[in-house]
Design a protein around this ligand. Structure first.
Ligand code: UD1
Ligand code: CA
Length: 453
């Protein structure tokens, strides 16, 4: 089957410079969701009709299996499909999808295409309580579809019809050239309507078959920011339901946002207001506290992530404890049983099993061994303003509070660094290192008092 996705419209009501189909749903362009669904049907040709913001749209979804047809002027849905015709395989049917209708399920589309078969004409319809704005499905006394009439062209009696055209159709491709060429734009909008092809197909002796989606939201389109927000909530609720079905505990299924893929093991629990982006994997028994943001990360079994923790591009082992208020940046690789506490930032650093940095530290461009204790306020000074350097801290080192490690520097196994030390030379194994400092106490010091003005 060929699949044509219509995506040439401006989307005026979005009130945005961004083409409508590029507005994100769950962190990805609307059009990308439609292309994903299309791919699951394994089309022989996949063509996106672009027009408004064509270059931006093309760049956003370019892929080897996607072809583009440019519709210079948006003269209607029939005219849009006509632009794609030269790229289609005439020997298989053509399914038309909309770039701004992102939540249609493949199972629904399959029902439509199966119903129409290789040579039939199928329309996906749905019955709405309030059909205002949509094209209406006009049936004859025998219940057969006769035509589709747009809201703006409908008689008052036709406006009472609640069965509407979702816009999604499947048609025999070989006949499209003649049918689309015969369309007229003598209607209230002066457009070449794809919906008018229905009458031409009936004249040619075809019967119009219809199919319905499992859920009404599958056919909802985005025309405004309100509708975009509604669809985002529907999508997120679906994702949350799937997690619940898979056995994940969610403190509130209405307060989780997944913008990408979230894979969970057994007995994972997620508190409120967490955002997951990119590809996130949580192993068995992971618990995520409230208000965490986790992007492209793997978290090992039994690890506890406390509130307000931020993780990006990191790998965390099993039985680790992170946060509250921890920050793991790209390249943070934590072994099992590592503890990273409040206001500790870890970037491009490997931290060995059982090591701890519990308070107010920066560990960047570092290799930290096992069972290392990093005291409060420790900073790896990795940057001289031009270049970055590595800090190596071997196993069983004790780093006293408020230490600065001026990289490149190596601290040998088992060494002890006294509180407040600036380490700018390598430290041998097992030694105690400290800076010479003196502490003086002065008697009789009087604090200044505030002058009265
Ligand atoms: C269309 C249908 C209507 C249906 C409704 C469902 C027609 C004539 N009407 O109406 O029966 O109930 O969808 O939402 O088909 N587009 C182009 N090029 C164009 C015109 C449109 O690419 O020249 C694209 C738009 O970007 C959009 C889609 O086609 O993705 C639908 O166009 P729109 O103008 O919104 O059609 P409706 O008037 O809503
Ligand atoms: Ca529309």
């Amino acid at each position: 089957m060929n699949i044509v996705i219509l995506a040439a419209g401006t989307g005026k009501r979005m009130r945005s410079a961004l083409p409508k189909v590029l507005h994100p749903l769950a962190g990805r362009p609307l059009l990308a969701h439609v292309i994903d669904t299309a791919r699951t049907l394994e089309p022989t040709r996949l063509v996106v009709v672009i027009g408004y913001g064509a270059d931006l749209v093309r760049e956003a979804v370019a892929a080897p299996d996607v072809q583009f047809a440019v519709q210079e002027q948006q003269l209607g849905t029939g005219h849009a499909v006509q632009q794609a015709l030269p790229l289609l395989d005439p020997s298989v049917p053509t399914l038309v999808l909309y770039g701004d209708v992102p939540l249609t399920r493949a199972s629904t589309l399959r029902r439509l295409t199966d119903g129409a078969g290789q040579h039939g004409y199928g329309v996906l319809t749905v019955t709405l309580d309030n059909p205002t704005g949509y094209g209406r499905i006009v049936r004859n006394a025998a219940g057969k579809v006769e035509r589709i009439v747009e809201q703006k062209d409908a008689t008052p009696a036709q406006q009472q019809i609640c069965e509407i055209n979702t816009g999604i159709v499947v048609m025999p491709t070989a006949r499209l050239d003649a049918w689309l060429g015969a369309l007229k734009n003598d209607n209230s909008q002066g457009e070449f309507y794809l919906t008018d092809v229905v009458e031409l197909a009936i004249e040619a002796g075809l019967e119009i078959v219809t199919a319905q989606p499992d859920e009404e939201w599958e056919t909802l389109g985005v025309n405004s920011k309100q509708q975009l927000a509604e669809l985002e909530r529907i999508h997120q609720r679906n994702v949350a339901d799937a997690l619940l079905v898979a056995g994940v505990t969610l403190a509130d299924p209405a307060r989780i946002d997944v913008r990408g893929s979230l894979e969970c093991g057994r007995d994972v629990s997620i508190d409120v207001n967490c955002v997951f982006e990119g590809r996130v994997v949580l192993a068995d028994n992971v618990s995520i506290g409230p208000n965490c943001v986790i992007r492209n990360a793997t978290i090992g079994a039994g690890t506890r992530v406390d509130a307000y923790t931020h993780i990006e591009g990191a790998e965390v082992g099993a039985h680790a404890v992170l946060g509250p208020y921890a920050r793991l940046r790209p390249g943070a690789t934590l072994a099992d049983e590592v503890h990273i506490g409040n206001f500790v930032e870890v970037k491009n650093a490997v931290i060995g099993r059982g090591s701890k940095a519990n308070h107010l530290s920066y560990v960047g461009d570092s290799d930290v061994g096992t069972r290392v204790n990093i005291g409060a306020g420790t900073i790896t000074c990795n940057y001289d303003g031009a270049n970055k350097f590595r800090t190596v801290i071997e196993d069983d080192v004790f780093v006293g509070s408020d230490t600065q490690l001026v990289a490149p520097v190596r601290v040998g196994r088992g060494a002890t660094i006294a509180a407040g030390t600036t380490v700018w030379k390598d430290v041998e194994e097992g030694v105690l290192v400290l800076n010479d400092k003196t502490q003086t106490g002065k008697q009789g010091y009087v604090r200044p008092t505030k002058k009265k003005g």
